[in-house]
Write a protein that binds this ligand. Structure first.
Ligand code: 9UX
Length: 120
């Protein structure tokens, strides 16, 4: 040993997000995540629909992260750590995104029905 002290990188976690369509959505999700205990900062990428949170030494509860995003009106899936777990999460992310598309389709059908009632 040389006696050098390794400085640990701050822990980061990635979160798949659904439902964001504009820059204001991005800010809402960032604010929601940044307010969670243990989160030092949150950054959202709208193009790939991922949030990256930087965590303090104590870490943060996965459930708290998801609930904060859901309370703001979006969907969230915290990507697990480790290659095997990340691979397994690909299917979960796919399912999350399909659920969002299905909810959009339901909303469009409802909106279409309402227009029909108003006009007819
Ligand atoms: Mo932008 Mo997001 O007008 O929920 S705030 S779509």
């Amino acid at each position: 040993m040389t006696g050098a002290v390794a400085v640990a990188e701050p822990a980061k976690r990635e979160i798949a997000i659904t439902g964001m369509t504009c820059a204001s959505c991005v800010r809402s999700v960032e604010t929601a995540l940044a307010s969670v205990a243990g989160v030092e900062s949150a950054e959202v990428n709208l193009a790939n629909e991922r949030a990256t949170v930087r965590l303090g030494a104590a870490g943060a509860e996965v459930g708290d992260l998801v609930h904060a995003v859901e309370r703001a009106g979006y969907g969230a899936l915290v990507i697990p750590e480790g290659d095997a777990a990340r691979a397994a999460a690909v299917e979960d992310e796919r399912a999350l995104r399909l659920r969002y598309v299905a909810s959009l389709q339901r909303r469009l059908i409802v909106a279409d029905t309402q227009v029909g009632e108003q006009v007819g």
